[in-house]
Design a protein around this ligand. Structure first.
Ligand code: GLC
Length: 446
């Protein structure tokens, strides 16, 4: 059993125990949209004057998160207890659904993925009434629309994400390359050349690391491969199931050909942190990952500090396109929280300009407030924010979560399971696109 599975089991066990020990965890009356919940009379917090909010955050709380939480504790006077969630987005969704299914108020506030509003809306509070018009209007509109379900703002945009190609500037120079690759074919060639050269000194060196495990992260990577070859978005915004096309099939075969050549055989079970571990130890020329890996790569103690840069992911062929999957997380509040008002106040603070600024400067987390991309202190810390503004502000490729709504997690599970089977040599790209199409047709009733 690996470390991640173990921590999930520990969390689930903790949940079971908490529920057993806490008979009062019956669902609170759901808050009516548009009307902030009245504080309940029997709250111990009100008696002591101390309000406490439990917040389920990242898998590993890093400095920037702790500092943003500390800032909000000071601003609001609320005590925040941070609980770390599972790293895998797929496991995290399962955990949230367990909490919600039990009507548990043990977690008051949580971060939710950009693909989940349709799945989780019924369990979340409408946060629009807690936001000033000014703050509400400061966010990227695309994300606000994404997070609005039946008129309720079920998550406040906290940070956005886009898949990026990381490359080693020192190694590109060492092997005589002028700049990063423009197409996947160029990446393959550069990765192979650098890997061949570095292997002489370092047997652990690989050309390219990415996310190949069967979980939500693979959906993000594989969507980039297929979209870059003009292979569509699995289910198009109008509901058409478009996955069965030769470009998507060829894109999956391309990625399968990397396994064991320019990418480690184990990449088929990598998540973000596995890829970053290899990369940050100085053992890879290229990495596909999200912006959070930028400031960690440059942090003190990193083997590669000062020797990395980012660009959009490569195009398919010459007539292909750059494709960076849109990710990102929202602050949400559980309807079953014992103190919805405190949790909402905390969520409003964590998504404010100041808190987002802390996380942008210290953690290279992409803000959801356009003005932060022209803030001088932010740009001084993260120059790539300006360079890739167009991608971050709206150019990233969305997964089909709005059109498939409540079914999205099943759509993604079908997709990443079949793509993973291509990566592990169990089927071809063509077999995968046919299998995905067939399962999506029966799931979505087409
Ligand atoms: C990142 C993205 C998120 C995505 C996840 C997949 O956290 O922000 O949207 O679902 O990666 O691993």
């Amino acid at each position: 059993m690996n470390r991640k599975t173990l921590s999930l089991i520990v969390l689930l066990a903790a949940l079971t125990l908490m529920l057993a020990a806490c008979p009062a965890a019956t669902p609170a009356e759901p808050t009516t949209a548009g009307e902030p919940a009245a504080p309940s009379a029997d709250q111990p917090a009100a008696e002591t004057g101390t309000r406490t909010v439990t917040f389920m955050a990242e898998a590993t709380t890093r400095g920037h998160d702790a500092n943003a939480v500390a800032y909000c504790e000071e601003q609001t006077g609320i005590d925040v207890e941070v609980v770390n969630g599972p790293e895998s987005a797929t496991d995290r969704l399962a955990l949230y659904l367990q909490f919600f299914g039990a009507g548990s108020g043990d977690i008051d506030a949580m971060q939710i993925d950009v693909i989940w509003p349709g799945i989780l809306a019924e369990h979340l509070v409408d946060l629009r009434p807690y936001l000033s018009d000014e703050q509400y209007e400061s966010y990227f509109e695309r994300i606000v629309l994404n997070n609005t379900v039946d008129g309720a703002l079920v998550g406040i945009p906290w940070f956005t994400d886009a898949g990026l190609l990381y490359y080693r500037t020192d190694l590109l120079e060492k092997y005589g390359f002028d700049g990063p690759p423009d197409t996947w074919a160029e990446l393959e060639e550069m990765a192979q050349t650098i890997q061949d050269g570095e292997r002489a000194e370092n047997p652990d060196f690989w050309g390219f690391v990415w996310q190949g495990a069967a979980y939500e992260g693979l959906t993000c990577d594989a969507l980039e491969w297929q979209f870059s070859w003009n292979g569509g978005t699995i289910v198009e915004p109008d509901g058409t199931i478009s996955i069965n096309n030769p470009n998507a099939a060829a894109a999956f075969d391309m990625a399968a050909s990397w396994v064991g050549t320019i990418s480690p055989p184990g990449v088929v079970s990598y998540m973000e942190e596995d890829a970053r571990g290899v990369w940050q130890a100085g053992n890879a020329a290229f990495m596909r990952n999200w912006p959070y890996a930028y400031s960690l790569g440059n942090a003190e103690g990193s083997e590669i500090a000062g020797n990395l840069a980012v660009v959009p992911l490569p195009k398919g062929g010459e007539d292909g396109q750059n494709a960076d999957t849109l990710g990102g997380w929202q602050m949400a509040v559980s309807r079953y929280s014992d103190d919805v008002d405190a949790a909402a106040e905390f969520a409003v603070c964590m998504t404010s300009y100041e808190a987002q600024k802390i996380r942008a400067i210290e953690g290279s987390m992409l803000p959801t407030i356009g003005d932060l991309y022209s803030d001088e202190e932010v740009l001084a810390a993260q120059p790539f924010f300006a360079q890739l503004y167009d991608v971050f502000a709206g150019g990233a490729v969305a997964r089909p979560s709005t059109v498939t709504g409540e079914d999205y997690n099943q759509v993604s599970t079908i997709y990443f399971t079949e793509v993973n089977r291509v990566l592990t040599g169990q089927q071809t790209g063509q077999q995968a696109v046919e299998a995905i199409e067939q399962q999506l047709q029966s799931l979505l009733g087409q």
